[in-house]
Design a protein around this ligand. Structure first.
Ligand SMILES: NC(=O)c1ccc[n+]([C@@H]2O[C@H](COP(=O)([O-])OP(=O)(O)OC[C@H]3O[C@@H](n4cnc5c(N)ncnc54)[C@H](OP(=O)(O)O)[C@@H]3O)[C@@H](O)[C@H]2O)c1
Length: 281
């Protein structure tokens, strides 16, 4: 039997790289994508079938999907929508362009890629689409408004898509990680530097603490796990005859999912406010 095929976005580092390597080792034919040429070359040097794919560029999405389908004879078994970044900053400091950029990558590009792949899966009558959301897709923390909004939007559109795909043989699953070791904070710091004018902000003192947090080496959040914890859930979402709708990863992801269901909003706000305050002490 042919190896199952999967296309993964954002494989230059972190979760995407770990899942690409893990699935390749498990016998999958992995199309590992990254947006920068040097990262594509690095992935190829590791023995992965690597392609360029930038979620902010429709032509790049189309070219990557066309190339994958040309190589597989028109089949694709799975898509792992992993790529994304966090734009830090208080809501009142977010420019329209910074917010738009956050949605371009995390939501619009991800859906465009999904929509390029869906006709293939519908034709096959089978397929798995896995979307890397976050616990910040169902609870909010301060200074993460842009990221929160993009991940809440991912949750909503995925819930809709699941209903629309009912009976098609195509399954959609959300992965809801809490803190995972990756380059996420380093990349978030770059976006903070690019888009937030801390000196002009009401929150300027808080931003000093935020900068320390974003640049601190090693994990800063309790219960942080390695990206292998996500790989384990992705394997279940790919291989189980009854994949789950949501896969929680890390203790905080489970904890906040329960809190969201069980607690009144005021109590949840109290917990999330205390965590937010503690993060920028
Ligand atoms: N780490 C966590 O604690 C955590 C928790 C919950 C959810 N997540 C989610 O997990 C996913 C992966 O993040 P990570 O933790 O592995 O962080 P990461 O190490 O920063 O990896 C993010 C990946 O996304 C890529 N990317 C960013 N913008 C892109 C674009 N426009 N087109 C294509 N690729 C793009 C990055 O490429 P470049 O190297 O070119 O920037 C990188 O490969 C994200 O969706 C994130 O929201 C992470």
């Amino acid at each position: 039997m042919n190896s199952p095929t999967i296309l993964i976005s954002g494989c230059s580092s972190g979760i995407g790289l770990c899942v690409a390597e893990g699935l390749a080792a498990r016998g999958y034919r992995v199309f590992a994508t990254a947006r920068k040429a040097q990262d594509v070359a690095r992935l190829q040097a590791k023995g992965l079938e690597a392609l360029q794919l930038d979620l902010d560029d429709s032509a790049s999405i189309q070219a990557a999907v066309d190339e994958v389908l040309a190589r597989t004879g028109g089949r694709l078994d799975a898509l792992f929508n992993n790529a994304g970044y966090g734009q830090p900053g208080a809501v009142e400091d977010l420019s329209r362009s910074a917010l738009r950029a956050q949605f371009e990558t995390n939501l619009f590009g991800m859906i465009e890629l999904t929509n390029r792949v869906l006709p293939v899966m519908r034709r096959q009558g089978s397929g798995r689409i896995i979307i890397n959301s976050s616990l910040l897709g169902y609870v909010a923390l301060a200074f993460r408004g842009a990221y929160n909004a993009s991940k809440f939007a991912i949750e909503g559109i995925t819930d809709t898509l699941r209903l629309e795909l009912h009976g098609s043989g195509v399954h959609v699953a959300l992965v809801e990680p809490g803190p995972i070791k990756s380059r996420f904070r380093a990349n978030a710091f770059s976006m903070y530097q690019r888009n937030i004018d801390a000196g002009q902000s009401f929150h300027r003192d808080t931003y000093h603490a935020l900068e320390r947090r974003l640049t601190k080496p090693g994990p800063v959040a309790p219960f942080t796990l390695g990206p292998e914890a996500v790989l384990e859930k992705v394997i279940h979402a790919l291989e189980s005859p009854r994949p789950k709708r949501r896969y929680y990863v890390t203790k905080p992801a489970y904890f906040f999912a329960y809190c969201k269901r069980l607690l009144p909003q005021a109590a949840l706000d109290w917990i999330l406010g205390a965590i937010s305050d503690n993060e920028v002490k």
